[in-house]
Ligand binder design. Sequence first.
Ligand code: HEC
Length: 135
Amino acid sequence: MNLNTGLASALVASAMTILPAFGQEIDIGAQLYGDYCSACHGATGLGDGDMANVVSIQSPNLTLLAKNNDGVFPMLKVLHTIDGRTGVRAHGGVMPLWGRVFSDEVGDSAGPYGSVLEVRGRLLSLATYIESIQQ
Ligand code: HEC
């Protein structure tokens, strides 16, 4: 298998896991959210998790992102903010860089392409879940 067919089949595989399973993806996002995010952002995203008072900066309410952006959910910004490796948070912050955390966790367990896709899948599932809890 050459590089191009490898990449193409990895993309097809990821499209097959992501596209037809929109509802399921929200469930995955909800589960990831509970595991990694609710401690600070709260069980329902209101910014009232148990750790919210421990960190120096208030954890934002994640249900108001669309409302605060003229009614449009800022999907791309949210993805980059969660990932954290892509520059929008260059000046740091208290929230972990989740792209790096997930990448370290997944390691090479799914092969080089599979691992990249798994990390992107987690980030997208989280962003889609956050979109689903907008007020
Ligand atoms: C240790 C506490 C903590 C945890 C855990 C945490 N966050 Fe955050 N989050 C913050 C803080 C504080 C901010 C404000 C920006 C900053 O300082 O990094 C923030 C900002 C954000 C923003 C930007 C909100 C806006 O107003 O634009 C998003 C989106 C977000 N977090 C999503 C997540 C997701 C998804 C997870 C789980 C994978 C998560 N956070 C886990 C503390 C946390």
